[in-house]
Unconditional design. Structure first.
Ligand SMILES: [Zn+2]
Length: 355
């Protein structure tokens, strides 16, 4: 196979696409996706104020995998998920199985969530925020098990699809992210008009393109640093990242679009709360990605390397038992739930985790 790639890419060169005239690199890529929309009306994640399970679907949620094999034979897998978050133990279990089945070391796997606030509760992620009855608890546990199975399968599908590819990158911009610490939400339209929005933002849209031997777009990975919180309602959706992925896959039939959330916890998409706005921001982001795809992009070099490390992050002062007992009857339900959870931890282990 190794000698085929330059020949095929040579054909592309003759076709005269100056933006793609760089020397071919011997990468391989495989991409796959699987629907992860819950099949039953279960609890939604992201907001503590919800009072009932989901009531329908705006658009489907997806788990997508892009597996890359570098010219040096190393492999890595990016898995993107239209979910608010997944718990550490679930991630550990998934990565352990990916290691056993496909010999992907932990450092070669990136599990990335879009942080949509209209996805399901997954396992024990953010579990102090919800008040679930036994039936809902069961649905949440079942969903986590199914998700584990689907992620392992989608990575396997991507590996099975590994084929020669060319990687390149570039960067665009989208401007709907607003620093939510420094600007009052109702004032944002006026502040924006006057050019007076404050606080740090990162409006970059980094893009990785994966093209096959025929130069067709096979996958596009794009990022944006902004909370996926346009929609607060009771329908499953990927929020603006979901719309952006849909737009890109419509514009590039056969390609898979994968979104990863940048460092955007301080950023909200503003104004918000309406489906039209989620769609508008999704289209704006997809447009920024498309503009990059149509420009000359930089080829990715020949070395794939990956690192992974965990650090202990010490908590500030831990609450005392007295404080927890007091908090366990607090008016804020989630303060009470968290206090009860920590009291259980204290009873079982004799102390609270310090990191
Ligand atoms: Zn959030």
């Amino acid at each position: 196979m190794r000698y085929c790639l330059p020949v095929l890419l040579g054909g592309v060169l003759l076709a005269g696409t100056p933006a793609h005239a760089e020397a071919p690199k011997l990468w391989k890529a495989g991409v796959a996706k699987v629907c992860i929309t819950p099949e039953k009306p279960m609890w939604m994640s992201g907001y503590a104020a919800r009072t009932k399970p989901a009531e329908g679907t705006l658009h489907d949620l997806w788990a997508k995998a892009l597996v890359l094999e570098g010219p040096n034979g190393q492999r890595c897998a990016l898995v993107t998920l239209d979910l608010v978050g997944i718990e550490r133990s679930l991630a550990q279990g998934i990565c352990a199985e990916l290691g056993r089945r496909y010999r992907l070391p932990r450092s070669a796997v990136l599990l990335s969530v879009s942080h949509t606030h209209t996805g399901p509760v997954v396992g024990s992620n953010l579990n102090a925020m919800y008040f679930l009855d036994v039936e809902q608890q069961q649905l949440v546990a079942d969903y986590a098990r199914t998700l584990h199975r689907k992620i392992v399968r989608v990575v396997g599908d991507a590996i099975n699809g590994l084929a020669p590819a060319r990687l390149s990158w570039g960067s665009g911009a989208a401007h709907f992210a607003v620093n939510r610490r420094n600007n009052k939400e109702p004032n944002v339209p006026k502040l924006r008009e006057e050019g007076k929005l404050k606080g740090p933002v990162d409006h970059q849209v980094p893009v990785l393109s994966v093209r096959d031997a025929k130069d067709d777009l096979k996958a596009v990975v794009f990022g944006y640093a902004c909370h996926a919180t346009v929609l607060p309602f009771y329908k499953w959706s990927g929020d603006y990242p979901g719309f952006a992925q849909i737009e890109l896959e419509k514009a590039h039939p056969g390609a898979v679009a994968l979104f990863w959330a940048g460092c955007g916890a301080d950023q909200n998409p503003l104004p918000r709360r309406r489906v039209e706005l989620a769609e508008k921001y999704g289209k704006e982001l997809a447009g920024a990605v498309d503009a990059v795809l149509h420009k000359r992009m930089k080829p990715i070099g020949e070395t794939l390397s990956h690192v992974y490390t965990e650090i202990d992050l010490p908590f500030a002062d831990l609450p005392t038992r007295e404080q927890l007992v007091k908090d366990s009857t607090a008016k804020d339900r989630y303060v009470a739930v968290r206090a009860k959870m920590l009291l259980e931890q204290l009873a079982a282990k004799g102390s609270l985790r310090g990191t």
